[in-house]
Unconditional design. Structure first.
Length: 128
């Protein structure tokens, strides 16, 4: 398998152990064409001109550079499908509104955990 042009289906298959995409709520047409690459590096994509429109400001990071790696949003979509499956297996139901839990509290507690993980990564990377 080529790492530089993985299709959406190939990414999801790697994440799901090869189970059918339909189990994850992904329409069968997405990623089934081996010539439909996950990454789109030139021109228009989904009706969006990919030319940067914001001029850099002092202190900004450099504009992201296109490359042959998978697009992060596609990876996140696969992660979301895997989390839905895990949640359904663990709790017997997918996450739904009005499920008896306090969604704001759940969200806040998850953000606190995320902040702790981010701080850990910064410390491990920078040593401070």
């Amino acid at each position: 398998m080529r790492n530089d042009k993985l299709t959406t289906a190939e990414i999801v298959r790697q994440m799901t152990g090869g189970e059918p995409l339909a189990l994850y709520g992904i329409p069968a047409v997405i990623g089934t064409d081996p010539d439909f690459p996950l990454t789109h590096r030139t021109g228009e994509y989904m009706g969006i001109d990919r030319t940067p429109t914001k001029p850099p400001r002092e202190g900004d990071q450099p504009t992201p550079t296109r490359n042959d790696l998978p697009e992060i949003h596609d990876l996140v979509c696969g992660d979301m499908q895997a989390r839905k499956r895990l949640g359904t297996q663990r709790y017997g139901t997918p996450l739904q509104a009005h499920n008896g839990r306090d969604a704001l509290r759940d969200h806040y507690e998850e953000l606190l955990d995320a902040c702790a993980y981010a701080r850990q990564m910064l410390f491990e990377r920078d040593g401070r």
